[in-house]
Design a protein around this ligand. Structure first.
Ligand code: DGT
Ligand code: CA
Ligand code: CA
Ligand code: ZN
Length: 584
């Protein structure tokens, strides 16, 4: 089967990871070239598998060497350079590179000097105190790495995958399978559909009248490294040596019942089944039926099943079996937040700061394409090493935004910044200069391991800064990579409510910050507002808004508490209120 763009991108990502090991550095001109090509292919609408070498090279961002590797992958199913490097470096070394404090150089040294190539080996080296003997490492870095492993809950028997990585694999499998004619309908279920932070395995549901064709295609997908089982209507594979994917093929008439069952959670299903029994009904993966005569009451859609149980449809993100069925039965679930309800994006980067990968115009065009009424351009501020804008560059960007306003008349553009919250809670520039900005986000980008009291005071100081409108990704966590700061979310949220400062719901799947748990903790605080923002560094990341909306649904955040759902006039008024409060 011809590989999809997603499959090509996955192969290039593997190439990047192995190239980092080969080079012994996390960035080089080669990895940057591959990264650029990945962005370009992600943005391409045509299938790269259909393109000739000259056509590939004509894509901006795709160079000759990358183009040749893509051709090689399309023709042979693999990239020989990657195959070669896989011989030298076991795939478990890629897991090691994800641990904070372990760059490619250290991971290489681990293999060379200690023969350590995986997490269990690393843990052994820590308990033997041999890790500290590596060149460039010492007792202190050994302790730091040990803490990282502990905080992240990385256990040798732990096989859960962060949702960011799992979603990418699931979307690729879905895109690849969708190309088969026998597939009438396809969806992911399980913990992925519930937006869990980590995923045990991916569950995919297909509607087809030719299950054998679907199973055959599934088990021969690009990237399959093991087939765990394969039957008439179900199969399990491992993809990229990384994740198990379970597939079930069902008939159209029972799709709703199957989707409901395989979405779970188990706790939600058990409660639903009890509710069915109380009504003389029985619920399983095929239908909701009457116990007495076996007649099917509902099966085709989730909505019809919930309805027959006297319930409104419950968003999958809420289905954790923690009281949502009772709330739904009393009619108290908020209207589910969807991306289309958001009129603005309040956290957007451009290539004016070092890590942005799209131009101002590209981002503004993407905002227009999303149908947004307003957008805040919030490039990094000067305290962020490498990426931050000097005062002079801030002025220049301000002029560029002024000029851009004429080109995007339907869009209100706020000239903003993403400020850095220092260890003491102060931010970049000085109070006078901060008045340049019409809007700001302030975020933690450093000093993650201060004690909770200090972190709480630090965040409250930022909240109370008159120039700060939103606290960006408040915990600073990266799921599976960095635990985030420890802080008292309730105190920070109260200060935010008191000052007219919003807390961000960061849409990026690596962040989802605030977490659902934190959101539920502060949801009841009167006057508290949230901002569902993408933090996009590339036009493609603007689509992440769907995950931010899903995160809001997961915690039951009502749309009235989301500040960027306000019409522009009311949003301006909200900004004005904080200014006024502090002006006297
Ligand atoms: P995971 O994979 O560990 O991240 O979590 P899930 O929720 O995706 O769990 P998984 O893949 O084992 O099963 C998918 C769904 O199938 C699960 O959420 C509910 C349903 N399911 C699986 N086993 C059972 C069971 O024994 N009883 C019930 N009621 N439902 C089950
Ligand atoms: Ca699962
Ligand atoms: Ca499963
Ligand atoms: Zn940002």
């Amino acid at each position: 089967m011809k590989p999809s763009n997603d499959a090509v991108v996955a192969a290039l990502r593997q190439l990047v990871a192995y190239t980092k090991l080969e080079d012994g550095q996390s960035q080089s001109f080669r990895t940057r070239a591959y990264d650029k090509a990945i962005d370009a292919i992600n943005a391409a609408s045509a299938d790269v598998a259909d393109m000739s070498l000259p056509e590939l090279k004509a894509i901006e961002g795709v160079g000759d060497s990358t183009a040749r590797k893509i051709i090689e992958f399309v023709e042979s199913g693999s990239i020989s350079k990657v195959d070669r490097l896989k011989q030298r470096f076991p795939s478990t070394m890629l897991d090691l590179m994800k641990i904070p404090g372990l760059g490619p150089k250290t991971v290489l040294a681990l293999q060379e000097h200690l023969g350590v190539v995986d997490v269990p080996g690393l843990k052994q080296a820590i308990s033997d105190e041999t890790l500290r003997t590596l060149p460039g490492l010492g007792k202190k870095s050994e302790e730091k790495i040990a803490t990282s492993i502990e905080l992240l809950g990385i256990h040798s028997d732990e096989t859960r995958t962060p949702i960011f990585d799992a979603m990418r694999i699931a979307q690729r499998v879905i895109n690849d399978l969708s190309r088969i004619e026998a597939v009438n309908r396809i969806a992911y279920a399980g913990s992925l559909r519930r937006l869990s932070e980590t995923i045990g395995d991916i569950d995919i549901l297909v509607v087809s009248s030719q299950p054998e064709v679907v199973i055959e295609a599934f088990t021969s997908l690009a990237g399959v490294t093991a087939i765990m089982g394969s039957g008439d209507t179900k199969a399990s594979i491992v993809i990229d040596d990384a994740m198990q994917v379970d597939l079930r093929v069902v008939e159209d008439a029972v799709f709703g019942a199957a989707l409901l069952y395989f979405t779970g959670s188990k706790g939600h299903n058990i409660e639903l089944r009890q509710r069915a029994l109380d009504r003389g009904l029985t619920l399983n993966e095929y239908s909701l039926s009457r116990i007495d005569d076996g007649a099917v009451v509902a099966a085709a859609t989730e909505e019809s099943i919930y309805e027959a149980l006297g319930l409104p449809w419950i968003s999958p993100e809420l289905r954790e079996g923690i009281g949502e069925i009772g709330t739904a039965a009393s009619g108290l679930l908020p209207t589910p937040v969807v991306a289309e309800m958001l009129r603005g994006d309040l956290h957007v980067h451009t290539d004016w700061s070092g890590d942005g990968r799209s131009t101002l115009d590209e981002m503004l065009q993407a905002a227009t394409d999303r149908g947004l009424e307003y957008v805040a351009i919030t490039d990094h501020a000067e305290d962020l090493a490498m990426n931050g804008l000097s005062r002079e560059r801030v002025r220049e960007e301000q002029a560029a935004i002024d000029a851009a306003r004429k080109r995007y008349p339907s869009l209100t553009i706020f000239h903003g910044a993403e400020l850095n919250i220092g260890p003491d809670g102060t931010v970049d520039y000085d109070p006078d200069f901060l008045e340049v900005f019409e809007f700001t986000v302030a975020s933690i980008h450093s000093h993650f391991d201060l004690d909770p009291e200090t972190q709480t005071a630090r965040l409250i100081a930022a909240v109370e800064n008159p120039a700060v409108n939103v606290i960006g990704h408040p915990s600073g966590r990266k799921i599976g990579m960095r635990p985030g700061v420890r802080f008292d979310v309730e105190s920070v949220a109260r200060a935010a409510a008191d000052t007219g400062t919003a807390l961000e719901i960061n849409c990026h799947l690596q962040r989802l910050d605030l977490s659902a748990t934190n959101l539920r903790t502060v949801l009841g605080i009167e006057g508290l507002m949230f901002a569902v923002s993408t933090d996009a560094h590339h036009t493609s990341e603007m689509l992440n808004v769907t995950w931010g909306a899903a995160q809001a649904r997961k915690a039951g955040v009502p749309i009235e508490k989301i500040v960027n759902s306000l019409p522009i006039r009311e949003f301006r008024a909200w900004i004005g209120q904080k200014r006024e409060r502090f002006s006297d």
